[in-house]
Design a protein around this ligand. Structure first.
Ligand code: HEC
Length: 489
């Protein structure tokens, strides 16, 4: 191509997308962050060369001209993170030679990260019945937050799959974050009391990763025929005495399958946005169907009332033709003989006996709480996944064909915090999509409003950023959107 043809091509591009320079500026919309079209174990940590138009307003449609073009860059970024963190690794978390499907039973890069129970003194697993040298994942540690085991955050409820088993959660933090907390003496309440600064986790830049936090959701698999559909791991589930039907601690050896994954990384953003966390969330594609007739959050196509506003949808009805079988939805689900209400939490155990949800000794572990004795939670996705996330997922799934990873999808990515002068309240801090949750991690609050009376809600809003905005450490100081400093004792 000579200089003149190149100029014509550029002019054509610009005339089609007036003022939309950012998509051309971003060199990393590829399967690998180095720009190549093969999957790789390199973690993206910043967005160099991504120029964002002044006046960027969050939208999730992909019809140009639209300021949404900036959104798809973060969708590529999120998938690149998912691949790098789920790359097979040695026992220290160092990536093994690829491709990603080559060593299916190897641990993943993120399994080299520490759990907050290991990082904050006094939180460690304290078990009588489980041998110390268990292999695989050790789930359901007892800690200050019961929420990191099998109860969903900010709720009293667990999630139960259609086989009648509880979903279990695991939280990890990358070494950069651990070092930051150590260096600033923030691993204990005493240290946090002395800390005069404000929390600001390190941001990724160039070849250095930023602070990383992960939360994963797991199903207990009881049918070996289903294993190949999931990323699986052997796991030891430590059920403390207060959650055990026997009244004694139980140690369960099970196989778990990955159904959900939250990834947060604090990165260097393009100006005018300040450095901030990227909030990516992934799910297994057979978790739950999408509700009948719902839109993505914050899409500007054919403006229906909720599409351009901060208001949640009015309802989340089960689909009339749900299609294939799901982990958390059954078309025949009934409760007291009537058809199941979507996203209804399991009955809270009666306070008279034992206020805690109990585990049986054998599957189905959540037998006591099944609807009509056999159905788990009836889950429906309340916001449709926006087009850009769907498009990027399709490209990664094609490259992952033949591996269980092809069954995972990006639900969405929130990012960016800009200066308040350009983006006035109540949108601060804002993101597209405004509403973002994972059906396996925040099942019951998908439609909780994010803006109430013109102000950001602090009451369990259905948005990563909206809800994490209230996070504090153990002495109630704002902790830069991370709940982890709250583990300190
Ligand atoms: C309604 C509130 C709420 C929403 C919505 C929410 N979270 Fe969280 N999240 C929490 C709480 C509380 C914790 C800490 C306790 C726990 O781990 O369960 C947490 C923990 C986490 C962790 C583990 C690290 C940490 O800071 O404790 C990650 C990672 C995470 N969330 C990511 C996300 C992402 C990504 C989204 C959006 C897709 C999201 N969260 C939505 C409340 C929320």
């Amino acid at each position: 191509m000579n200089r003149y043809t190149r100029l014509t091509v550029l002019l054509l591009v610009f005339s089609h997308f007036p003022g939309e320079l950012y998509a051309q500026g971003y060199p990393q919309n590829a399967l690998c962050v180095n720009g190549q079209s093969t999957l790789c174990s390199t973690l993206p940590v910043d967005l160099p060369n991504l120029a964002i138009q002044t006046g960027y307003f969050p939208k999730t449609d992909t019809t140009p001209p639209s300021s949404n073009v900036a959104q798809d860059n973060f969708d590529w970024f999120s998938w690149q993170m998912f691949i790098a963190l789920n790359w097979p690794a040695d026992s220290s978390g160092k990536p093994l030679p690829g491709p990603i499907g080559k060593t299916p039973s190897a641990p993943r890069v993120w399994q080299g990260f520490q759990s907050p129970d290991q990082v904050f003194p006094g939180n460690g697993i304290n078990t009588k019945s489980c041998a110390a040298n268990k292999k695989g994942l050790v789930l359901f540690r007892t800690s200050k937050f019961s929420t990191n085991s099998f109860i969903e955050p900010t709720t009293p409820w667990p999630l139960i799959d259609q086989a009648g088993n509880y979903v279990i959660y695991d939280v990890r933090m990358g070494a950069v974050e651990v070092n930051y907390l150590k260096k600033n003496g923030l691993l204990t309440t005493a240290g946090q009391k002395k800390f005069t600064g404000s929390y600001s986790f390190p941001t990724g830049l160039g070849t250095s990763e930023g602070a990383i936090e992960l939360k994963t959701a797991w199903r207990i698999l009881t049918d070996p025929a289903s294993y190949s559909n999931f990323f699986t791991s052997p796991a030891t589930v430590v059920v403390p005495a207060q959650n055990s039907v026997t009244g004694k601690e139980m140690c369960l050896d099970v196989t778990v399958g990955l159904v959900g994954m939250h990834i947060m990384q604090k990165i260097t953003n393009p100006p005018p946005f300040s450095n901030f966390w990227v909030w990516a969330t992934f799910e297994h594609n057979a978790n739950a169907p999408t509700a009948q007739g719902v839109t993505p959050s914050q899409s500007n196509q054919n403006a229906a009332p909720q599409k351009n506003s901060y208001d949640p949808l009015q309802a989340c009805p089960a689909p009339t033709a749900p299609g294939s079988s799901y982990s958390f939805f059954s078309p025949s689900c009934t409760n007291n003989g009537a058809s199941c209400t979507p996203n209804q939490p399991p009955a809270i155990p009666s306070k008279a006996k034992n206020a805690n949800y109990l585990w049986q000794e054998k599957p189905p572990f959540a037998q006591t709480y099944l609807m009509d004795g056999k159905y788990g939670t009836q889950v429906v996705r309340c916001w449709d996944i926006y087009d850009s996330a769907k498009n990027v997922t399709a490209q990664f799934q094609a490259a992952l064909a033949g591996t269980p990873w092809a069954n995972y999808m990006l639900v969405g990515a929130q990012w960016a915090e800009a200066n308040a002068t350009e983006f006035p309240s109540p949108v601060m801090p804002f993101a597209a999509p405004f509403y973002l949750t994972n059906t396996t991690l925040e099942t019951y609050l998908q439609l909780n409003p994010i803006i109430v009376n013109g102000k950001p809600s602090t009451d369990k809003p259905g948005s990563c950023i909206g809800c994490h905005n209230v996070a504090t450490d153990s002495v109630n100081k704002a902790s830069n959107f991370s709940f982890l400093p709250g583990y300190a004792k």
